[in-house]
Design a protein around this ligand. Structure first.
Ligand SMILES: [Zn+2]
Length: 409
């Protein structure tokens, strides 16, 4: 299995470190000019893109390169190319903003790629493009930031001025730690709507007890229901003011969910690390074509949040060297983890599981998480022992077929 793992591409993990630049007053003026010119260029390109409905880098280059070079004084060829890529990226990331032209704030952070900056790590200095020519700036930072810059591959960087202080936020590539063999099986995580996440240990996240719908989970659900009603009313109204409120609401909700997902994934990864287990989640991709939609996908409202939790957990697990597997989500809520019996009748009531064959009963999400954990074990074995003669016994059962998409390697 070691052969298999080392044969796969060893991608590193992205991370960002912050450096403080110490420009002279003249250099600071040049940086200010760079920020202004680059953001102005991006807005010019963005307007063109939006007017002509052209959003891919290649077509946008054809359309906007010459206009932007003549309109924005001081913009170099490379900076123009970078601005075009930036605009294309902004529209690609946010489909919704195609409804209006994306405006780049005049003092917002601007990106630098390898052609616009060069590093002298021995001298702790970086040379940045500006409309007034290159400026070479000494940098300082926290010890671990400097160590990262000294030793790791450097990617793109964002130049930003915050309260008069010039900062460079630099993407670096962390080496990927080797994935440890999960010695105590897998921790399964069921993602839900009522309870955001329930582990195979019966822990409800982010919350206190399984029975406790009054805890934080209850709060989240109540909030969502209130928001849902509010959103419906506003959508019906359809006035510009109502649309503004809608945008603000979705932003706030977005931030809340992102924060909760960070908390949940952090807990799960720490728990897996502490107990020597891998992590298994349901693979929510690739089930779109099925006759009956998965229980989570019926809630399109928050499907992005489920995808985000998968992404966060996968990233944090990789960073900690913990095995991570996505499993087939079919029937995780109807299968009995004890006897393997699958039936809709195993779900007598909402939130309840009770096996009609062996009598195992419990909280439906907890049971689903146990099934996910079991499929994690099976899935990991399939992916990591390609030469094994027999499949794990679980493979034979239709209801617990593991999906072969382990992401630990
Ligand atoms: Zn059973």
């Amino acid at each position: 299995m070691a052969i298999r793992r080392s044969a796969t591409k060893r991608q590193g993990l992205p991370s960002v470190v912050q450096l403080r630049l110490t420009p002279t007053p003249d250099q600071a003026d040049a940086l200010t000019a760079a920020v202004r010119v680059c953001n102005q260029a991006a807005t010019v390109i963005s307007r063109l893109a939006w007017q002509q409905r052209v959003f891919t880098v290649l077509n946008l280059h054809r359309l906007a390169y010459h206009p932007v070079r003549t309109q924005v004084v001081g913009l170099g060829a490379q900076a123009a190319i970078r601005a075009i890529a930036r605009v294309a990226g902004a529209y690609a990331n946010r489909r919704a903003t195609k409804k209006r032209a994306h405006i780049f704030r005049p003092h917002g952070a601007i990106p630098y790629d390898a052609r616009l900056m060069s590093w002298n790590r021995d001298a702790r200095a970086v040379s940045l493009w500006t409309p007034r020519g290159r400026v070479t700036l000494p940098y300082t930072g926290r010890l671990e930031a400097l160590k990262a810059i000294d030793t790791l591959p450097i990617g793109e960087a964002d130049l930003i001025c915050r309260r008069g202080i010039w900062l460079l936020q630099v993407a670096v590539t962390l080496p990927k730690p080797a994935v440890r063999e999960p010695v105590n099986g897998f921790i399964g995580v069921d993602q839900g709507v009522a309870n955001l996440a329930v582990t195979s240990d019966g822990v409800v996240l982010p919350g206190l007890a399984l029975s406790g719908t009054i805890s934080f989970n209850g709060h989240v659900r109540a909030l969502r229901q209130r928001r849902h009603g509010q959103r419906r009313r506003l959508q019906k109204k359809g006035t510009p003011a109502a649309r503004r409120v809608l945008r603000r609401l979705s932003g706030r909700e977005h931030r809340m969910m992102t924060d909760l997902n960070h908390q949940i994934s952090k807990y799960v990864v720490r728990e897996a690390e502490r107990t020597g287990r891998g992590i298994a989640l349901e693979d929510l991709q690739g089930i779109r074509g099925r006759a009956r939609a998965h229980r989570l996908q019926r809630r399109t409202l928050h499907s992005w949040a489920f995808a985000q939790q998968i992404a966060f957990t996968r990233y944090k697990a990789a960073r900690a060297g913990i095995a991570f597997v996505l499993v087939d989500p079919a029937y995780t809520s109807q299968a009995c983890p004890e006897c393997g019996y699958v039936s809709r009748a195993n779900r007598p009531a909402r939130g309840r599981f009770s096996c009609t064959r062996c009598g195992l009963a419990g909280h439906a999400d907890h049971i689903a998480a146990r099934n996910i954990a079991a499929r994690g074990v099976a899935g990991w074995a399939v992916v990591n022992q390609p030469h094994a003669t027999g499949f794990p016994s679980a493979r034979r059962d239709r209801e617990s077929k593991p999906s072969a998409s382990a992401c630990g390697s």
